[in-house]
Design a protein around this ligand. Structure first.
Ligand code: F6P
Length: 606
């Protein structure tokens, strides 16, 4: 290998064959000799492993690492050309090779006077053109200047979308719902999400909504996602049929009650939504990175007003700048990414538990699950070479303390699961009962502090014996400790800090992708299932129309064939009749209902 990390023939050496990688492998032997309960008493080490940035306080001292580990990880980042790759991303280069796209969600939160070029064109004016349009639109809806077709103000919003077109906006909405300022802005308004194609989710989203006061935002980057488009057609039918009963024309209802967010404005128009009621974004925004585009900003601005939503963008921008400019040794997302690589690649810990001690962040783990797993779950390097290590981790999480009463048993005494505790100094809600020794939020945070130490320090058999625990119970009650975690303490949860938290995790995932040398911005792994579902849909429709069973000529394996037949048979024979109260026959699908009526008659005859 040459000094610049290439072979004599000029090919890039895979990162896993670099001396820096080998050094980390070797270093694991040293680390395995150390226990966190000993490391944690070192004041100097603790100080060396705490980082702060603009209100964020991040403590890495409960990671199985020393200053040598940190240095070796920073060396690996150098070897992986992390800085060069970050610059390429921020500079608008097409780093998403398989889709030939730039990756510039950071431009979505850039200030108006920034200049960011993609293919020689400054994208910032376009970003702000859309933001200004959202501001204008949301103010009109919120003030009642824009009304429903019958003249009533639109106080309910149903946002239809899935994956990145749902998880991010839903996480931010949940985080802001009980923020004092946001709550005041949202008074009298309701925001709901419809993601799953399960009709129960439709029923839930529309439950007790008045179509006269309901605005629907169809959110889909591609405007082809099957689930979203079926849900959009379903809700359009609900709106237009209900309002037709009051004498309003379909086109007028759609024009006043439906808007769209997409990069595919042609399909939006074909769906029946006028271009002036559509909010665009760009192919350089990945779906899972789109919450700071119109995808999140339209529903959030409708609910909380544009100013609050802009604070969210400001928070995200703050971390973007920190990620772009801070030296790696004090760059929080870079360090989080490197620590993740250390845990997963070198210490063979395949999962990450995201544990917000904060109910407002209850949907954060689900959002980060998509950001991390859809980005990093790859089998080949960015140039298509099989990886000699496993990239990506299994993300899961629940808010504390709920998670403690659920899966923490496993992370204390079962598998090694690196945990990320997220807590706040200020609660969105103060409850401090007279006579109680601590406030309710103190109680929550006591658990935040205690759990990290329980994992790290553990409890030895000697300690148990000293407490008089009977010998037979000692193996059951012992905690090995030495289990890693990072603690993130935020001042509070408000639009700004939610933006910071979002960008922190996005940048951490970027770091991992760059160091592992994979493309964290494509998602080919989701395609096969979609193709197979299309085939099943065709078979199901055809078999039902012809009233026949699926047979060997349809080409399914016996297992799938039998299950589909069991399903179709169960439906046709009305073995499990389904309620239709949200969409009664006369309202929605009279032909389908006739089919059912025939089925019912046939079943009765039988
Ligand atoms: O199926 C995965 C995916 O493509 C995600 O990447 C994306 O967030 C989601 O589907 C929804 O896509 P769209 O916004 O185009 O409807």
């Amino acid at each position: 290998m040459q000094a610049n990390g290439t072979t004599p023939s000029g090919k890039l050496i895979p990162i896993a064959y670099s001396p820096e990688w080998m050094a980390l492998r070797e270093h694991t032997k040293e680390i395995q000799k150390l226990h966190l309960k000993d490391l944690l008493v070192e004041e100097e080490r603790t100080d060396q492993l705490i980082r702060e940035h603009n209100g964020l306080y991040v403590d890495f001292s409960r990671q199985n690492m020393t200053d040598t580990t940190l240095q070796l990880l920073l060396n690996l980042a150098e070897r992986a050309k992390l800085r060069t790759k970050m610059n390429a991303m921020f500079g608008g280069q097409h780093i998403n090779g398989t889709e030939d796209r730039a990756v510039l969600h950071t431009a979505l939160r850039a200030p108006r006077d920034a200049r960011i070029l993609v293919d020689g064109v400054d994208v910032v004016p376009g970003v702000w053109e859309v933001l200004d349009k959202i501001k204008d639109f949301s103010e009109k809806v919120r003030s009642g200047e824009w009304r429903g077709v019958s003249g009533k103000p639109l106080t309910n919003v149903v946002a239809i979308g899935i994956g990145g077109s749902y998880l991010g906006p839903a996480f931010v909405h949940t985080a802001l719902q009980f923020d004092e300022g946001c709550k005041a802005e949202a008074r009298g308004r309701r925001l709901r999400f419809l993601a799953n194609v399960d009709p129960v989710d439709v029923a839930k989203a529309l439950h007790e909504l008045d179509p006269e006061t309901t605005m629907v935002v169809v959110i889909s980057k591609t405007f082809t996602t099957t689930e979203t488009m079926l849900n959009a057609r379903t809700v359009r039918t609900w709106l237009t049929t209900e309002l037709a009963q009051l004498g309003y024309k379909k086109e007028d209802t759609v024009a006043r009650h439906m808007v769209a967010v997409s990069t595919n404005l042609k399909l939006v128009e074909e769906f029946g939504i006028e271009p002036e009621n559509a909010f665009g974004f760009w192919d350089w925004v990945g779906g899972r990175y789109s919450v700071t585009s119109a995808v999140g900003i339209v529903p959030l601005a409708l609910q909380y007003g544009f100013e609050k939503t802009h604070d969210f963008l400001r928070g995200a921008h703050d971390i973007d700048v920190h990620f772009r400019d801070a030296p790696f040794e004090c760059n929080i997302p870079v360090l989080m990414g490197l620590v993740s690589i250390w845990n997963s690649t070198f210490l063979a810990r395949s999962s990450v538990a995201v544990l917000p001690y904060c109910q407002a962040l209850s949907k954060f783990p689900a959002h980060i699950q998509q950001v991390a797993m859809e980005s990093l779950g790859k089998q080949v390097s960015a140039d298509g070479e099989p990886l000699s290590f496993k990239a990506g981790e299994i993300y899961f999480g629940e808010p504390g303390t709920n998670g403690q009463h659920s899966f923490y048993q496993l992370i204390h005494q079962g598998r090694m699961v690196p945990a990320e505790f997220i807590g706040t100094i200020k609660s969105q809600q103060s409850v401090y009962l007279r006579g109680e020794s601590v406030s309710n939020h103190d109680e929550l945070m006591c658990n935040f502090f205690a759990q990290a130490d329980a994992l790290a320090v553990g409890k030895s058999s000697e300690e148990l014996r000293a407490e008089g625990v009977p010998e037979a119970y000692i193996p059951h009650k012992t905690f090995s400790g030495n289990r890693p975690s990072t603690s993130i303490l935020l001042p509070c949860i408000n639009p700004y800090t939610v933006g910071q938290l979002l960008a922190l995790y996005e940048a951490r995932v970027a770091t991992q992708g760059f160091v592992w040398g994979i493309n964290a911005y494509d998602q080919w792994g989701v395609e096969l299932g979609k193709v197979l579902a299309t085939r099943v849909r065709e078979t199901m429709s055809e078999a039902r129309t012809r009233n026949r069973k699926v047979d060997v000529t349809d080409g399914y394996n016996p297992s799938t064939r039998k299950m589909i037949n069991r399903y179709l048979g169960g439906k046709a024979q009305l073995l499990y009749p389904e309620p239709r109260d949200v969409f009664p026959c006369d309202l929605i699908h009279s032909e389908g209902c006739n089919v059912y009526e025939q089925d019912e008659a046939a079943a009765a005859e039988a």
